[in-house]
Structures are given as C-alpha cells and as structure tokens.
Design a protein around this ligand. Structure first.
Ligand code: G1P
Length: 291
C-alpha cells in the first residue's frame, strides 16, 4: 500500500503545559519525536506518500520532515559525520503532504479531509500519538494488509486487549469469528463497561478502501459530539461490508502518548532500551530507588 494518512490535529490538552506551543506528536520518546517513529514504521511497510492532517500550531512537524540544508552544511563543515547520520531519516524517499483540518469535528472528520489525496486507492491510517512496539519495531500493518488482501475487506483494524477499567477510552470490537484475522459484527466507540461487547480495543492502525469516505459522509456526531471514525466503520458493517481485525502480538505493545502517565512510561522504556545510554540509565535509576 502506497498511501498513509496520519491525523495529528488534536490539541494534546492532557499533556499541558508541555504541549502549549508544541504538538504532542513532536514530544521525544527516547531519541526521537513520536511522529518520526510512526513515519519510519510506515516507510518500512512500503508506504511512499504520507498525508498529515494537521491543525493550528503544528508547523514543527512539517519542519521536522523537511530537509534543513543549512544545518547539514554546518555539520558537514565541522566534520560531524556522526550527527549527520542522525538526520538520515529526512533523506527517506517519501513524499510528505500536509492539510489542515479546519474545524475540530473529530477523528472521522479528520480522515475525511484525506479524501482527494487518497483518490480510489486503499490506504493506511496511523494515529499520530501511538507508537506500536518498542522502537516501533512492529509489522502489524503488514499483517493487516495481508488480511485485507486475503479476505477482501472494506476495512481492517488493529486491536489489543485492554483491562476493564480502560474499555471506556477506546473503540471496542464485537468479533464474529476467531483466528488470526477475525471478522467483526460490530464496533462501539468508547462504551461503558456494561455496554461493551468485550475488551478488544482499537489500537491506532487502520487499513481502508475509499468506501470509508462514503460512510463518513453519512456519519453524524457521535461520542463527545464528534464525527467518529468508529461510527463510520459501524456503518460499513451495517452495509454488509466485511470488516476484520488483527491483534497486536505479545511483543507489540502500544505506547499511547495521550496522557502523562503513559508518556512517562514510554519515555522510560525507550530510554532504558537505548543502545548507548540504556545501561547507565538503568544503573542510575537503581541508585535512585535505593535512596
Ligand atoms: C481514537 C479512536 C478510538 C481508538 C483510539 C486509540 O480515540 O476514536 O476508537 O480506540 O483512538 O487508537 P482517541 O484516543 O483519539 O480519543
């Protein structure tokens, strides 16, 4: 699949004050900003064209993926080859596009902004605040594409099991079949535990045919008064389209940078896994816990 959409328009209010003048997607987790992990994951999956759905105050994302000739020149003149290597990601042969979501009407509305970019091709949606797997080393999107091709789906969604007390924060699946690639008979956005058909939560990666746009056109405001992507997927199922799910496997934790607790945990885990500094950080933390 050649095209991917990364919605990054959210305000990140749960991470204030860190996100007052900087997008949450640009917060570092270990060495890199969150959004760089997501782009690198997509490029490994063969994506060549990436559209960011942005909002006010998100220009640093565009700057991050632009080539900074002045910085490169300065580092070259000073012979800082090691630092130049850190900029290699901006030579990735991908095309980046940016469009503004002009009204904050929800995730479904953000995805609808990608309609003309997508045209009549199938595409991936990767939410800009979730890294999948340590250092984004997951191939969930590849498995989702295999499911999409083998089963002829209108949509494939990544899922992970969450504890009961988190069910109300996610889109929750009602599976119809079992197996590695399972079919859905329903999906509900942020249900209460009583309403929830289970614990399988949408995990920030989707593969769609462009038919999702017709469903989004017909989707009114849902949870929180927003146009929800989950509600459009529900319409696809009601139309008789095949919608499937693929589970993250044991090694593919989802690092959600939506709140401070999960952000701190993700940072700690990535920093502790750092090739150069991880071991000494571990020793340092051990001294802290003794104190
Ligand atoms: C969105 C989706 C939700 C999904 C979650 C994580 O919610 O609406 O269905 O489970 O992302 O992928 P948000 O975290 O933007 O509130």
């Amino acid at each position: 699949m050649n095209k991917a959409v990364i919605p990054v328009a959210g305000l990140g209010t749960r991470l204030l004050p860190a996100t007052k003048s900087q997008p949450k997607e640009m917060l570092p987790v270990g060495r890199k900003p969150i959004v760089q992990y997501i782009v690198e994951e997509l490029i490994r999956m063969g994506v060549e064209e990436i559209l960011f759905i942005t909002g006010p105050g998100k220009t640093s994302i565009e700057n991050h993926f632009g080539v900074d000739h002045e910085l490169i020149q300065t580092l070259r003149e000073k012979g800082k080859e090691d630092l130049l290597a850190e900029l290699e990601f901006d030579r990735i042969p991908a095309h980046y596009y940016y469009t503004h979501q002009r009204q904050m009407l929800g995730l479904g509305h953000a995805v609808l902004c990608a309609r003309s970019f997508v045209g009549d091709e199938s595409f991936i949606v990767a939410l800009g605040d979730s890294i999948i797997g340590l250092n984004a080393g997951s191939d969930i999107v590849r498995r989702m594409q295999r499911c999409f091709d083998e089963k002829g789906c209108a949509a494939v969604i990544a899922f992970e099991e969450v504890p009961d007390n988190e069910v109300h924060q996610y889109g929750i699946a009602q599976p119809k079949t079992n197996g590695e690639f399972f079919e859905l008979s329903d999906i509900i956005e942020k249900p209460s535990l009583n309403e929830a058909p289970g614990n399988l939560a949408v995990a920030a990666r989707y593969v769609f045919t462009p038919r999702i746009f017709d469903a989004l056109d017909r989707t009114g405001p849902g949870k929180g008064g927003e146009i929800q992507l989950t509600d459009a997927i529900r319409l696809l199922i009601a139309d008789g389209e095949k919608v499937c799910g693929v589970r993250l496997n044991g090694g593919e934790r989802r690092y959600d940078i939506g709140n401070l607790e999960s952000y701190f945990r993700a940072f700690a885990e990535f920093a502790l896994a750092d090739e150069k500094h991880g071991a000494s950080l571990r020793e340092y933390i051990a001294t802290l816990s003794k104190a």
